[in-house]
Design a protein around this ligand. Structure first.
Ligand SMILES: Cc1ncc(COP(=O)(O)O)c(C=O)c1O
Length: 365
């Protein structure tokens, strides 16, 4: 049988031959001494792309989020986030362990709380209450099914945060998926652009979106190891003073890496070569979503906006049986809960893998 078509996560991708070549050729130095030219180039490139002063290369998205949480707050304060967010669901209560924070959880639409919901959650100035200090957004929201957070809502959130003295951090693990989805929408609304090739037009629109998002929040964590297809790494961006503080904190966390340029080179390569192709991942996820929606054992499908398709199974349909039937047909997906089945498209699943998944889904009785 052909190797399995693995849709469990976009973190599963292996570096391509061209990415590996870029990694092997990268000039290196000791980054804790501030001497790795490739790390410096990556940090500057991501910061510039979002119009921010500085960047910090970290081993993981979790570390970027945790550094941001610690650097934006003081112990005894509170952060406001959605119940579906990664920082609440999957970071082992790092906000409490590292930063000594309480958490105030909201129920947004697929992980996207509005400015009104946040405003209502901000604690009053009362000695019984922890001061609300930080709002976290997640774009796209993984557990929300790759839901795209609207830029206009982030701008309203920023105005609220400024008025009320809160900081605003974006978990942008899949921000490039969101930027590509927004760019596709903007281009289809504009009709065909003059002169530019479709991927040039898409990338120009992505860059416009990146500048706007960079201006809308205090800090962003951007993952390289998800839709961008790198083996390791995330970049935290913000203003210089914030990144200086995060760099010291990264050292405390043990995240200072030496010849890390070999990893940063993958990031530079991906930012040049793997952004426009995310549109293909999104189209593939939509096809899988359609096939899921047609299954009698699927109760509902979350809207498929990016590279994630999440189906809710009928309660009488055991998740384990569905996963086993898919697996025996050479297709891997993942359970997000006892009733939520997730497929994620990425660099290592092509059209043939999608055909196989659709065929296999049609055979699951
Ligand atoms: C939305 C989101 N944020 C943060 C992370 C953390 O990234 P890492 O696995 O690199 O720590 C993930 C990982 O899947 C994620 O989905």
């Amino acid at each position: 049988m052909a190797p399995s078509a693995d849709f469990r996560s976009d973190t599963l991708t292996k570096p391509t031959a061209a990415m590996k070549a870029a990694m092997l050729e990268a000039p290196l130095g000791d980054d804790v001494f501030g001497e790795d030219p490739t790390v410096i180039a990556l940090e500057r490139s991501v910061a510039r792309r979002f119009g921010r002063e500085a960047g910090l290369f970290c081993p993981s998205g979790t570390m970027c989020n945790q550094l941001a949480i610690v650097c934006h707050t003081r112990p005894g304060e509170e952060l406001i986030a959605d119940r579906l967010h990664h920082i609440y669901q999957y970071e082992a209560a790092g906000y409490a362990f590292h930063a000594g924070l309480g958490i105030n959880l909201l129920e947004g639409d697929r992980g996207r709380p509005t400015a009104e919901q946040v405003e209502a959650a901000i604690q009053p100035d009362d000695p019984h209450k922890p001061p609300s200090r930080l709002v976290v957004l997640e774009n796209t929201c993984n557990k929300g099914g790759g839901a795209v957070y609207p830029l206009s809502e982030a701008q309203r959130m920023q105005a609220l945060c400024r008025e009320r003295g809160l900081r605003l951090h974006l978990d942008g693990a899949r921000l490039f998926n969101a930027l590509v989805a927004d760019a596709e929408k903007a281009l289809s609304a504009q009709g065909s652009a003059s002169g530019e090739s479709p991927s040039e037009a898409l990338l120009a629109e992505v860059d416009r979106g990146a500048q706007a998002w960079g201006a809308a929040v205090d800090s962003i964590s951007v993952c390289l190891s998800k839709g961008l297809g790198c083996p390791v790494g995330s970049v935290l961006i913000g203003d210089q003073a914030f990144i200086d503080a995060a760099r010291r904190m990264r050292k405390r966390f043990g995240g200072g890496m030496r010849q890390a340029g070999i990893l940063a080179a993958a990031g530079l390569y991906a930012l040049d070569h793997h952004v426009a192709r995310m549109a293909d991942d999104h189209a593939r996820a939509r096809r899988i979503g359609q096939a899921l929606a047609e299954r009698p054992w699927v109760k509902s499908l979350r809207p498929v906006e990016t590279n994630i398709a999440i189906a809710e199974l009928h309660p009488d349909r055991p998740m384990a049986a569905v996963l086993a039937a898919l697996s025996s047909g050479g297709v891997e997906a993942i359970d997000m809960s006892p009733t939520l089945l997730r497929f994620v498209t990425h660099l290592d699943v092509d059209d043939a893998a999608v055909e196989r998944a659709i065929d296999c889904l049609q055979r699951v009785p």
